[in-house]
Design a protein around this ligand. Structure first.
Ligand code: GLU
Length: 399
């Protein structure tokens, strides 16, 4: 389906985003993802969870929540915590041993988060993801909706890779990348990587006394990538290379990212002030767009669509007012598509008016077209989404 018209992007949102990112403090965040590395959380030698540190982090999370910020945690540490309990110490582990260690460690990790956050009456929800859950469109929509719902209900999702089932080929392997994918998926505006290093240095600071901390990065030039590439293995948990990969994913999704050393009592509170005013040393990777614009761009970027839904004039007017597309306004469904696929929206006169990601496959969409949302269950035998295309997943074409 060639010849799609240009997409309208929200320029005012871009300007607002640039103004907030200019602040470079955590206070500007509305929805933040915090990645916690294994070494911060689990004592290297004993495999025990560092509860004092975790309590400090939980205090910070509670503070963010009190000031209205939504917080999602991506935590490593399952393998580090579980291996000791299975007697898997003193040597490198095979994949299946790591998976076994994760199976027991994840349980302890979840309990530790539950206890630490319960001190502030915060409910924890565990979400284990594989690469496909963040990348395959259908599963991406599911995981996004679940995490969104948890956050709206006031819970703090604690996310890790589903290490026990993920095989080598489908593994993230490092939680820097997982955290960036999660940030992208849930349209977070800020990603914090709590690390064992202050940020990105011009060279390895342990070897080169002239190495300087880079306070902010606007675009990931080859020079920046070279700085990350110089870091030797073991220099930080995922290495600086995976952090720069994470930055690329986050920045492309309109999410700014910050790296800071996590090994202090209140690692997030340290990001409330810029370093020159007493805040913690760190590197900010700034994003140009805001998440909503970036997500719409991503949807707009689907060159081909798998089907067409034709809508009546009432639905068209609603879409133009920024509403979602409900099944009631659909008069025809063309093509074969799956839930999560990109589809075009046409007006009755055949004009191309929008495109978006559909919440129903074509068979179900045909069954529920023209129906009120409350009748969906009766038509399909299950209670699906109210919207055929949610407004967050819809981009209007310019006319
Ligand atoms: N998912 C792994 C774990 O929880 C950690 C991956 C990483 O360290 O980045 O043990």
């Amino acid at each position: 389906m060639a010849g799609l018209p240009e997409i309208a992007l929200d320029a005012t949102a871009e300007v607002a985003a640039r103004e907030t990112t200019a602040g470079m403090t955590l206070r500007a965040a509305r929805r933040l993802v915090v990645k916690i590395g294994s070494r911060l959380l689990v004592d290297d030698r004993s495999g025990t969870i560092r509860r004092d540190w975790l309590n400090g982090l939980a205090d910070d999370v509670a503070l963010c929540r009190r000031r209205g910020q939504e917080v999602v945690l991506v935590s490593s540490g399952a393998i580090a915590c579980g291996r000791e309990h299975l007697g898997l110490v003193g040597r490198s582990l095979r994949l299946e041993e790591k998976q076994a260690a994760a199976a027991t460690g994840q349980l302890r990790l979840a309990h530790a988060y539950q206890n630490a956050l319960a001190r502030h009456d915060l409910t924890v929800a565990q979400v284990l993801l594989t690469q496909d859950d963040t990348e395959a469109r259908r599963r991406h929509l599911n995981a996004r909706a679940t995490i969104d719902t948890l956050v709206k209900l006031g819970a703090v999702p604690v996310i890790n890779e589903n290490d026990t089932v993920a095989t080598n080929e489908i593994r993230f392997g490092d939680n820097d990348r997982l955290a960036a994918r999660v940030a992208q998926m849930i349209s977070a505006d800020t990603l914090v990587l709590l690390s064992d290093i202050d940020g990105l240095y011009t060279a390895d600071p342990r070897r080169d006394p002239t190495a300087r901390l880079v306070p902010q990065v606007h675009d990931l030039s080859s020079e920046i990538e070279a700085m990350a590439g110089e870091a030797p293995a073991g220099y930080s948990s995922g290495g600086m290379v995976t952090k720069v990969i994470a930055a690329r994913i986050a920045m492309g999704a309109g999410c700014r990212m910050v790296i800071t050393k996590g090994d202090r009592r209140s690692p997030l509170a340290g990001l409330d002030l810029p370093p020159e005013q007493g805040g913690a040393p760190c590197t900010w990777f700034l994003a140009e767009a805001e998440p909503r614009t970036a997500r719409k761009r991503w949807i707009a970027g689907h060159l081909s669509v798998n089907g067409v839904v034709v809508v009546d004039n009432g639905a068209l007017a609603a879409l133009q007012r920024g509403k979602s597309l409900l099944p009631a306004g659909v008069v025809r469904v063309d093509g074969v598509f799956q839930r999560g696929d990109p589809v075009a929206v046409h007006a009755l006169d055949g004009r191309h008016v929008a495109r978006g990601l559909t919440a129903y496959g074509s068979d179900d969409a045909r069954r529920i077209m023209g129906c009120r949302s409350r009748d969906i269950e009766a038509m399909l035998g299950f209670q699906g989404r109210d919207e055929l295309i949610h407004r967050d997943d819809l981009v209007m074409d310019t006319v």
